[in-house]
Write a new protein. Sequence first.
Length: 159
Amino acid sequence: MNTIIRKGVKEDLPQALELIKELANYENSLDEVTITLGDLENDGFGDRQWFWFLVAEDSNRIIGLSFYWIRYSTWKGKLLFLEDFVIKKEFRRIGIGSKLFEETIKICKEQNLNGMIWQVLDWNSSAINFYKKYDAKISSDWLNGKFTKKQIEKMNELL
């Protein structure tokens, strides 16, 4: 294998979307993916860039994805939020994830960010163990809250 890690470009988005869906399927949430290729193109390469990504590529095929954006914490300042991190199933456990994760960590240093954060499902022991190899703190203290677009629209009708 001759895997390279590089910054994602617009032409990578169809394969990136496939990986996003692969991860969602693994997490039993494929029906939750509503993003379109057009959304990704506009939000990643439009007038304002909302996200960035790295890819692991082998033989012109994208086999891994590190999808991130910059979050601002009132306590810590600028943080890299790792939104999705996935390696195609057949390429796991051979070091590609480590290479991709380490390149993501380097971005924090290059951009003088104050840290990197992500979420991991409590049942995903292989991912938890992967992150713990890096001495990451995995918290069980915080609960996630969210509203869907549909909920927001409904609430705004009532406001």
